[in-house]
Each structure stands twice: as structure tokens, then as C-alpha cells.
Design a protein around this ligand. Structure first.
Ligand code: HEC
Length: 103
């Protein structure tokens, strides 16, 4: 076997090894991606390590409702009002469903 042929096959095998695992793994949902910005304060998956309330496992209705009330100013807040203003209703719903699914 010529070195060239061997090298081409070797490159091909490397390509397969690199490209297959991402294709097999589950895609990350949009809700999970959006919820990353909440983790800084509310903890990974909404499990807060400190004084800020945990939001994992709370109902999607409660989380989405709170977010909309923070956004409109109906519910007073220190930071959530400002943070919530960056999200559309659809995004709030996706985030709320993500946290509701984290027990
Ligand atoms: C900068 C820190 C910070 C970030 C980022 C943040 N929060 Fe908050 N969150 C708070 C604080 C502090 C409170 C308490 C209310 C207040 O003072 O704003 C709170 C309260 C809440 C509450 C009410 C909890 C309860 O039990 O009453 C919900 C729901 C919530 N946040 C959801 C979210 C979501 C969803 C995100 C991401 C989109 C998020 N928060 C991002 C700090 C943060």
C-alpha cells in the first residue's frame, strides 16, 4: 500500500471519528440555551446556591407569569424587571418550560 493511499484512508477515518459523535448527540433545546443567562444568579438548572430564590421545578405557569409581571413592572423587583425586558413572550414560555422540567 502506498503511503499516499494509507494517508488518505487515515484522514478519512479521522474525519469520521470527529464528525460522528456530534451528529449522534441530542441537540440542545432553545429553552435550555436561553436559560443559561439565568444560571448566573439562580444557579445551574435553577438550583440556587445562595440567597436568590431557586426556580427549578416550579410550575411553568408561575415562572412565565412572574417573568411577565417583572417585565411590565406589576411585580416590584431589584433586577428581574430589567432582566425580563429582554425576552419575548415566546422566549419566556420556553425558559419557563425548561426550568419547570428541572426537578
Ligand atoms: C442578576 C441576577 C439575576 C438574573 C440574571 C436572573 N434573575 Fe431571576 N431573580 C433575581 C433576583 C434578585 C430575584 C428576586 C426579585 C428581585 O429582586 O428582582 C429573582 C426572582 C426571580 C423569580 C421569582 C422567584 C420567586 O420564587 O418568587 C423568577 C421566576 C425568576 N427570577 C426567573 C428568572 C429567569 C427565568 C431568569 C433568566 C431569564 C432570571 N430570573 C435571571 C436575580 C436574577
Amino acid at each position: 500500500m502506498s503511503f499516499r493511499l494509507f494517508f488518505s484512508i487515515w484522514l478519512f477515518v479521522c474525519f469520521l471519528l470527529i464528525s460522528i459523535p456530534p451528529a449522534l448527540s441530542e441537540p440542545i433545546s432553545r429553552g435550555a440555551l436561553l436559560s443559561n443567562s439565568c444560571a448566573g444568579c439562580h444557579g445551574t438548572d435553577g438550583r440556587s446556591p445562595g440567597a436568590i430564590p431557586s426556580i427549578n421545578g416550579k410550575s411553568a405557569l408561575f415562572i412565565a407569569g412572574s417573568m411577565r409581571e417583572f417585565r411590565s413592572g406589576k411585580r416590584p423587583s431589584t433586577v428581574m424587571g430589567r432582566h425580563a425586558k429582554g425576552y419575548s413572550d415566546e422566549e419566556i414560555q420556553l425558559i419557563a418550560e425548561f426550568f419547570a422540567s428541572r426537578k
